[in-house]
Design a protein around this ligand. Sequence first.
Ligand code: HH2
Length: 286
Amino acid sequence: MAEATLFPRGRVTLMGVLNVTPDSFSDGGRLLRPGGDVDADAVVACGLALVADGAHVLDVGGESTRPGAQAVPESEEIARTAPVLEALAKATPVALSIDTRKGRVAEAALAAGAHVVNDVSGLRFDPGLARVVARSGATLVLGHLRGEPETMQEDVQFEDCLEEVARELSASVDSALRAGVPRERIVVDPGIGFGKQLDHNLVLLANLWSLRARLGLPLLVGPSRKGFLGLLTGDPVAARERATVAACAIAVFAGADALRVHDVAGAVRAAAVGAALRAARREDRA
Ligand code: HH2
């Protein structure tokens, strides 16, 4: 097990994305062979490139959670992710993460060498996932998501997005604590693009400091290539890297402790600029 805190306060932790899915919204199919099987060599090569760019954690995902995505059976998700986690664990000492909402998938991933379980549903999909994490000593990322990816953009309603996300994340944290996950191993994520409209994403990103102060835990954000950037810039998914870098810099300035991104090299620069500006701020906001 990788040691202590994988998300220390003194740095911006960079989580590089490795999606081994056919249908992820920006990189689906990229790490699959023509027949549809996961190409473990390509995953390892891509993972090592992300590490060379500065990734502290590699996040392997076997189920897309883009709006409208269909759920993947857990056996399929395990078949996609566990072998590549094993291959990555042999190839690099960097911390590995499994992006899943399912306890059984998390269990297989932890056995294969993962150190982090990244649950975008914040334990709402499978409350049993928390016990799996508690037993393993892994770190748990709790995301904010109402409902299911397939339908999450259909009826989005918040009276006060910041307040409601804080409250619902706090409930996820309480469930994790009750299941035995220690507080030092919990990271929270407001779930950019998960069941939110443009203005909700903007309010969350602009006020991360407030979420962070309220929850008292490290904050991860994942703005990478997401739809809100397309709405702001007009850029299609394939051309959202520059906007992603801008969003990452501002997220760090606003209080993010960690960034989940496809392009780690861009996020390293964004984090350097955002962190320097945050340190220079006179107001004391987390
Ligand atoms: N976003 C995505 C997936 N996992 N995990 C966290 N903690 N935070 C996020 O914002 C987040 C996440 C969606 O992005 P991506 O993996 O690129 O796409 P897809 O879900 O289509 O595979």
